[in-house]
Design a protein around this ligand. Structure first.
Ligand SMILES: Cc1cc2nc3c(=O)[nH]c(=O)nc-3n(C[C@H](O)[C@H](O)[C@H](O)COP(=O)(O)O)c2cc1C
Length: 130
């Protein structure tokens, strides 16, 4: 498994991977800029080469997250990726500049859900299910 920041990830990483866990925040009711830049850079170089590969998605949001999910799922559909679990929105309830800048504690239920998503895609790939 390889964990990459969006800024460091490119089409070569997408093409080399068997599956994907996309994790990013919602900003201004959209995919955050850094993650959007990653999708913009990779979309056409990867189009047609990722068909059927599995993915899951976790979106961190201060209050909503649904638009970022919809945008990213649309990109994944364009790539013909296979969504193996519903996307998860982790709400931090950070809605002021102070709260957004402060260190955040993610609920244990969200951490467990994230762990289970990772496990499911990893085990599925290992067993050749996907
Ligand atoms: C510029 C900016 C815009 C944001 N817009 C939204 C938004 O539209 N919807 C939302 O739910 N949260 C929004 N947030 C809150 C972030 O999603 C929240 O801080 C979340 O915890 C981000 O993940 P992080 O803590 O890993 O940075 C925004 C934050 C910033 C900095």
């Amino acid at each position: 498994m390889q964990m990459l920041n969006a800024a460091d990830a490119g089409a070569e990483h997408m093409l080399a991977a068997d599956g994907y866990i996309f994790v990013f925040p919602e900003n201004l009711a959209a995919i955050s800029g850094g993650m959007k830049s990653f999708f913009d850079r990779c979309y056409y170089p990867c189009l047609g080469a990722l068909n059927g590969r599995p993915y899951v998605m976790i979106i961190c949001a201060g209050s909503d997250g649904r638009n970022a999910v919809a945008q990213a799922e649309r990109i994944a559909t364009g790539w013909r990726l296979r969504q193996i679990l519903p996307s998860v929105i982790v709400c931090t309830h950070a809605q002021t500049q102070e709260a957004i800048l402060a260190p955040k504690t993610i609920d244990s239920a969200d951490l467990i859900a994230a762990e289970e998503m990772g496990e499911q895609i990893a085990v599925g790939l290992q067993m050749g299910v996907y």
